[in-house]
Structure formats: structure tokens, C-alpha cells
Design a protein around this ligand. Structure first.
Ligand SMILES: [Fe+2]
Ligand SMILES: [Fe+2]
Length: 303
């Protein structure tokens, strides 16, 4: 039960915010005439924001220390990035949730509390329902964009990418509901999933930077190449080489996290020319922090 409560809350703190931001990125990128798409994206944005708010209410003294410290829930830039994105887009963002997250304490509270288990069950069911809707919505957008019936400023690859992230979240919550614990995933599979995500972030960043930002474009290209190579090696690897590969992935991702943090700082300080929303920069930084925590946890398990 402890694992069910804590793992559910840990998962929602990261992924719930990610889903609310995907909805915002979708909303921000539609033309003014697409009122139906805009309204629907805004509806998901609002629902995931409320689900995150509920998660934070329940999370105090109930979540893992390493999740709170990892920088996947919020970073030093999140609040600033939210304020700027709200100002630039006029899309509502509840900054109080971020402030409440900064006050969260870790712990295992009273997990034997039957009421707590019921609250989590209810939250998980609500989120699963929302996820089914959001995944269907993203798939519909992708299909309409690819058949040239709909315009969005988001790349088709970005839409595919956020569909995959939502499906991973759904898979985790489904397993939590069915088995009461985290799905035990093959490390190789996990690494291949996140290495592809990291590679695509580099491709998005290089494509959204102003063409005059030559140095940053070059660095983004290098990271895309690094992850592409790691993916190829993982496809060919056997068990003996997996440890080496994981170590290399960890080293690359630490450098990549620093690059993303510098980029987020540059974008929030208006020092970088780009079409990247400040919150998108912080979003991909948090995803790198999440992946780093997974890699570090796996490393500890293997000694
Ligand atoms: Fe994402
Ligand atoms: Fe992502």
C-alpha cells in the first residue's frame, strides 16, 4: 500500500505537470480560427492542472526524497518560465501549484490510512480517464496535420513524441491500478525509450533556435548525434555491454542536462534568439532530470 500511494504521487508530480504543459503547447500553437481545437486543448490543460493541484494537496509527507530533489517536479526556472509564458500567451497558469511544490516534504506519512488509499484510487482513475481523452486528441491532431487539414506551429514529430510520453504515463498508472506497484521494465527498453526522447528534444531545439544561434545549433546537433549512436548501440548490445552503455548514457545525459539548464536560463533571461516558449525549455530540462534519476537509481541497484 505504501508503494501504491507513494509511487502514484511521485508519478503524478512529474507526469501530471508534463501533461498539463503538453496541452498548453498544443493550445499555444493553433491558429485563432481553430476554436474547437483550442477549446479542447484548454479543457485538458485545465483538467490536468486541477489533477496536479490535487496531487500536491495529497503529496506532503507522502512522496520520495529522491523525486523531490531530482529537479523533475520543478526547477529553479519553473516559476519564472511560467510567469513569462503566461504573459506571452495569455494562457492561464496557476503558479501557486509550483510554489506549493517547493514547500513539499518527503516521507511515508500514514500510508495505512484507508482514506488515503481511496483518494489515490480516485485520483488515478480520474487521470486514466483524462489520459485516454488526451491521447485520442493528440492522435486526431497528428492525423489531421499529416493530411494537411489542420495547421499548428508544432512539428508533427513533436506531436508523435508527446503521444509516446502520454502512453508511457498511462501504462504506469494502469499497472499501479492493476498490481499496486510500478511496472518492472527492462532497463534496456527504458533506456531506448528515453534516449529517443532525448534525441528528439535536441532535434526540436535545433529547429526552434534562430538560425543565427550557430553555436547552440551545433551543440544541439552533437547531442542528437550522441543519442542516435547510443540508440544504435543499444539495439546491437548484449548483456555484457549494457553496463558500459548505461554509464555512457549517464555521462551524456548529465552534460545534456547542463546544456538544457543553460538554455532555459538563456531563454528566460532573453539572451537567446528562438521561438521556444520559456516553459518548453524548462519542460525538456525536467524530462532530462527525470531520466537522470532513473539512470542513477538503476546504477545503485546494480552496485
Ligand atoms: Fe514532454
Ligand atoms: Fe519530451
Amino acid at each position: 500500500m505504501k508503494e501504491y500511494v507513494t509511487t502514484s504521487l511521485d508519478t503524478h508530480l512529474f507526469f501530471g505537470r508534463i501533461m498539463k504543459e503538453h496541452s498548453l503547447f498544443l493550445l499555444a500553437a493553433f491558429p485563432a480560427k481553430e476554436m474547437e481545437y483550442r477549446n479542447k486543448a484548454n479543457w485538458f490543460r485545465d483538467r490536468f492542472e486541477k489533477a496536479l493541484e490535487r496531487t500536491v494537496q495529497l503529496a506532503n509527507g507522502m512522496v520520495s526524497e529522491d523525486v523531490l530533489c531530482s529537479g523533475e517536479v520543478f526547477t529553479e526556472f519553473t516559476e519564472m518560465a511560467e510567469r513569462q509564458t503566461r504573459k506571452l500567451t495569455k494562457i492561464p497558469i496557476n503558479v501557486q501549484i509550483t510554489q506549493a511544490e517547493k514547500r513539499l516534504r518527503s516521507g511515508h506519512g500514514n500510508c495505512q490510512d484507508k482514506r488515503m488509499e481511496q483518494y489515490i484510487r480516485h485520483l488515478n482513475q480520474n487521470i486514466l480517464h483524462l489520459l485516454n481523452g488526451l491521447i485520442a486528441f493528440k492522435e486526431k491532431i497528428l492525423q489531421e496535420v499529416l493530411s494537411c487539414n489542420l495547421y499548428t506551429a508544432n512539428y508533427p514529430l513533436l506531436i508523435e513524441h508527446i503521444i509516446r510520453e502520454a502512453k508511457l504515463y498511462r501504462q504506469i498508472v494502469t499497472t499501479l491500478e492493476e498490481k499496486g506497484c510500478m511496472p518492472s521494465k527492462d532497463l534496456r527498453e527504458t533506456e531506448m525509450f528515453w534516449n529517443q526522447i532525448m534525441m528528439e528534444h535536441a532535434l526540436f531545439i535545433r529547429g526552434l533556435l534562430d538560425p543565427t544561434e550557430c553555436e547552440l545549433v551545433g551543440t544541439a546537433d552533437t547531442f542528437a548525434g550522441d543519442y542516435c549512436r547510443l540508440l544504435e548501440e543499444a539495439r546491437e548490445q548484449d548483456c555484457r555491454t549494457m553496463d558500459t552503455l548505461t554509464r555512457e548514457t549517464l555521462e551524456t545525459t548529465e552534460k545534456y542536462r547542463d546544456f538544457k539548464a543553460a538554455g532555459t536560463k538563456g531563454i528566460t533571461c532573453c539572451d537567446i534568439r528562438s521561438v521556444i516558449l520559456p516553459l518548453l525549455a524548462d519542460h525538456v530540462l525536467r524530462e532530462a532530470n527525470h531520466y537522470l534519476r532513473i539512470l542513477q537509481t538503476e546504477g545503485k541497484w546494480r552496485g
